[in-house]
Ligand binder design. Structure first.
Ligand code: GTP
Ligand code: SPV
Ligand code: MN
Length: 593
C-alpha cells in the first residue's frame, strides 16, 4: 500500500528495508482488525480467552519484561546538557548506529504493522498524530484501546498532516521454521527506549511491555510532547484530570501528578464518601494543557484508554475501575482462575484456593510468591468507565483550578498542605520525593526525588523544565491554578496506613475547594498551609485522635533533615536551576528556624 503522504511512504520503506519483515500491514483501527489480530494470538497461544469475562484476554509476559526500563531509556539530544542530569544520554549518531545494528533484519519471520494514531480526539487542534511501526500484534491491540487508531488519521496524513514517527520492534526475529515463544522480546542489555526530541522521533527496541512499547503514551505524549510543549509554550504532564462537583453544583477541575503506581487512576475515578459531592474522570495518567483565550489553563487527556495497575484494585478501593474492566479488556500478568477469570492480590477478600500464576505455574495460597505480578495491568477503553466525564473528549479541554503534587511517603510528609504561592508550589513539585514502585524494573521502596512525577518522562533538561513551570505561572498570573501537596501513604509506627485513602481522599479535595473559594483559613507552618483543626471534614470516619494528629504532624527536625538532600538534588542542575527555586529553599530553611 502507498499513501499520499510522502514522508510516511519514505519512512515506511526505509524501516522495511532495515527491519526486513515478511509482510507489511497498514492498520485501520476497525473492530474487525482487532478481532482478527486477537484470534491470531489466541491461535498461537500468546493470548488466553477469559471464559468469565466477555471479549477479554490474558497475556503473560516474559518474566524479564514486566515494566518500564528507566536504565535503558535515552533522551538523545545533540548535547548532553540539553538532556540534563536526570536522563540517560547518548549522542544521536552513535545511538542510531547501535540501534540500526539491532534493527537490521529484526522483523524477519514477522509482520510489520503500520499503526496511524491520534493522541487527543482526531482532528482537534491540540491533538498530535503519531505513526507506530511495530512487529507486535499485542502492541497493535493495545494501541487500539489506548490511542485513537483509525483510517481517518490516514486521511489527515494524506491531506498533508505531519506525524511523529514511532518505531518499535520486540527484537526477536524468527528464522525459517523457528517456532515462536509466547512473549518474544530481547534481553535487557539490548533493550533501548530512545527519544530524539530535536527531530520528534522515537526508536524503541527489545520490549513488548506498556510504556516501553505503546509509544503513544510515555514516549510521545510525555517525553516528546514535553519538549514540544516547552518550545511552543504549553505543558505535557504526568497528571490525572478530574472534575469534582460540590453539593451546590459548582465544578472544580483538578490535575494531579503522582509518580507511577502512586494513586492517579484511583483518584481520577474515586467515589467521594462525603455526601453530595461528585467526581468524574477525564484522564488517569497524562494531561496536555494550554492557556486559553480567557487566560486560564485548559487540559485535555490525550489518551483513549487506561493502562492501569491491577493489584490493589477492588470493589472496595476502586469500584469504578472494577466496572470499567468488566468486558473488552486486555489483562497482562494477572493470575488466571480455574473458571476462566483473572485475579490479583487485593481484588477480593477471599483468596482462591488454586490459580495459574502470572508465570503460568500452578499456584496456591500456601506458596510464597504473588499470583499476579505487582505491575500487572489492565488495558481498558476510557469510554467504559461509568464515571467518565461527558466532556472528556471536548477538544477545548477543561479549565484547571487546582494542581496537586504528591508521592508515596511512609513518614515525614503530612496528609495535605497548600503552597504559599506559585513559586512555592513549583518548589514543592520540584522537590517531590517518593518511594520507588514496581512500575519500573529495579528496586522498590527506595526514596528518590521525583520532580513533578516527571523524572522518567521529561524529554529535556529538568532545570529548564522547572523554569518552564515558573514561566507558565508568570503568564497565567492571577489565573494560575492553586497548588497543593498530598501524601495518602503515611504510616503509623506499627506500619499501618494512617489514612483510609481512596474515596475518603474526597475529604482532602473538599478542603482544597473550600480554600480556593476563600471559605476557610489555614494554619501557617514552615512547610506550607495546613488545615485548621476542624476544617478537614472527617465526619463518619472512624479514626483515633492520635492517628489524626500523627497524620498531620509537621516535625521540624524531620524537615530540617530533608534540606541537605534537597540541596544535593538542586545542585545537580548547576546553573540551569532557576534562582527563584534556590530562594525557595532558603526561605524554607528560614521558616524551619
Ligand atoms: P501508573 O499507572 O503507574 O502511573 O500508576 P497510578 O499513579 O495511576 O497508580 P494507581 O492509582 O494505579 O495506584 C497504584 C497502587 O496504589 C494501587 O495498588 C492502589 O491500590 C494504591 N493506592 C491508590 N490510591 C491509594 C490511597 O489513597 N491509599 C492507599 N493506601 N493506596 C492507594
Ligand atoms: C507508569 O509507569 O507511569 C505507567 C505505566 O503509567 S507504563 O505505561 O508502563 O509506563
Ligand atoms: Mn503513569
Amino acid at each position: 500500500m502507498m499513501v499520499k503522504n510522502e514522508k510516511l511512504n519514505a519512512w515506511v520503506k526505509e524501516i522495511a528495508d532495515m527491519c526486513r519483515p515478511d509482510s507489511i500491514y497498514w492498520c485501520n483501527g476497525s473492530k474487525e482488525e482487532y478481532d482478527r489480530m486477537m484470534a491470531k494470538m489466541i491461535a498461537s497461544g500468546s493470548a488466553t480467552v477469559l471464559k468469565k469475562r466477555s471479549n477479554s484476554f490474558l497475556f503473560r509476559s516474559d518474566p524479564s519484561d514486566v515494566a518500564r526500563v528507566e536504565d535503558r531509556t535515552y533522551i538523545s539530544t545533540s548535547s548532553r546538557d540539553e538532556a540534563g542530569p536526570t536522563n540517560n544520554w547518548m549522542e544521536p549518531a552513535e545511538l542510531k548506529e547501535t540501534m540500526k545494528g539491532l534493527y537490521n533484519g529484526c522483523m524477519k519471520g514477522r509482520t510489520m504493522y503500520v499503526i496511524p494514531f491520534s493522541m487527543g480526539p482526531v482532528g482537534s487542534p491540540i491533538s498530535k498524530i503519531g505513526v507506530e511501526i511495530s512487529d507486535s500484534p499485542y502492541v497493535l491491540c493495545n494501541m487500539h484501546i489506548m490511542t485513537r487508531v483509525s483510517s481517518r488519521v490516514l486521511e489527515l496524513l494524506d491531506a498533508g498532516a505531519d506525524f511523529i514517527p514511532c518505531l518499535h520492534s520486540i527484537g526477536a526475529p524468527l528464522a525459517e521454521g523457528q517456532k515462536d515463544v509466547q512473549w518474544p522480546c530481547a534481553p535487557i542489555e539490548s533493550k533501548y527506549i530512545s527519544h530524539f526530541p530535536e527531530e520528534n522521533l522515537i526508536w524503541s527496541f527489545g520490549s513488548g511491555y506498556g510504556g516501553n512499547a505503546l509509544l503513544g503514551k510515555k514516549c510521545l505524549a510525555l517525553r516528546i510532547a514535553s519538549a514540544m510543549a516547552r518550545r511552543e509554550g504549553w505543558m505535557a504532564e504526568h497528571m490525572l484530570i478530574l472534575r469534582l462537583t460540590n453539593p451546590e453544583g459548582r465544578q472544580y477541575h483538578i490535575a494531579a501528578a503522582f509518580p507511577s503506581a502512586c494513586g492517579k487512576t484511583n483518584l481520577a475515578m474515586m467515589r467521594p464518601t462525603i455526601p453530595g459531592w461528585k467526581c468524574e474522570c477525564i484522564g488517569d495518567d497524562i494531561a496536555w494543557m494550554k492557556i486559553g483565550a480567557d487566560g486560564r489553563l485548559y487540559a485535555i487527556n490525550p489518551e483513549n484508554g487506561f493502562f492501569g495497575v491491577a493489584p490493589g484494585t477492588s470493589y472496595d478501593t476502586n469500584p469504578m475501575a472494577m466496572d470499567t474492566v468488566r468486558e473488552s479488556v486486555i489483562f497482562t500478568n494477572c493470575a488466571l482462575t480455574d473458571d476462566g477469570d483473572v485475579w490479583w492480590e487485593g481484588m477480593t477478600d477471599e483468596t482462591p484456593n488454586h490459580l495459574i500464576d502470572w508465570k503460568g505455574r500452578d499456584w496456591t495460597p500456601a506458596g510464597k510468591n504473588d499470583a499476579a505480578h505487582p505491575n500487572a495491568r489492565f488495558t481498558a477503553p476510557a469510554s467504559q468507565c461509568p464515571v467518565i466525564c461527558k466532556d472528556w473528549e471536548n477538544t477545548a479541554g477543561v479549565p484547571i483550578d487546582i494542581f496537586i503534587f504528591g508521592g508515596r511517603r511512609s513518614s515525614v510528609v503530612p496528609l495535605v498542605f497548600e503552597a504559599y504561592n506559585w513559586d512555592h508550589g513549583v518548589f514543592l513539585g520540584a522537590t517531590a520525593a517518593s518511594e520507588t514502585t514496581s512500575a519500573n524494573i529495579g528496586a522498590t521502596g527506595n526514596l528518590r526525588r521525583d520532580p513533578f512525577a516527571m523524572t522518567p518522562f521529561c524529554g529535556y533538561n529538568m532545570g529548564d523544565y522547572f523554569r518552564h513551570w515558573l514561566d507558565m505561572g508568570d503568564r497565567l498570573g492571577k489565573n494560575a491554578p492553586r497548588i497543593f501537596y498530598v501524601n495518602w501513604f503515611r504510616k503509623s509506627p506499627e506500619g499501618m496506613f494512617l489514612w483510609p485513602g481512596f474515596g475518603d481522599n474526597s475529604r482532602v479535595l473538599k478542603w482544597m475547594c473550600e480554600r480556593i473559594d476563600g471559605k476557610i483559613g489555614a494554619q501557617k507552618t514552615p512547610i506550607g498551609l495546613l488545615p485548621n483543626a476542624g476544617d478537614l471534614d472527617l465526619a463518619g470516619l472512624d479514626m483515633s485522635a492520635e492517628n489524626i494528629t500523627e497524620l498531620m504532624r509537621v516535625d521540624t527536625e524531620d524537615w530540617l533533615a530533608e534540606s541537605p538532600d534537597i540541596e544535593r538534588h538542586f545542585a545537580k542542575f548547576g546553573d540551569r536551576l532557576p534562582e527563584r527555586l534556590a530562594m525557595q529553599l532558603q526561605e524554607l530553611r528560614k521558616r524551619l528556624g
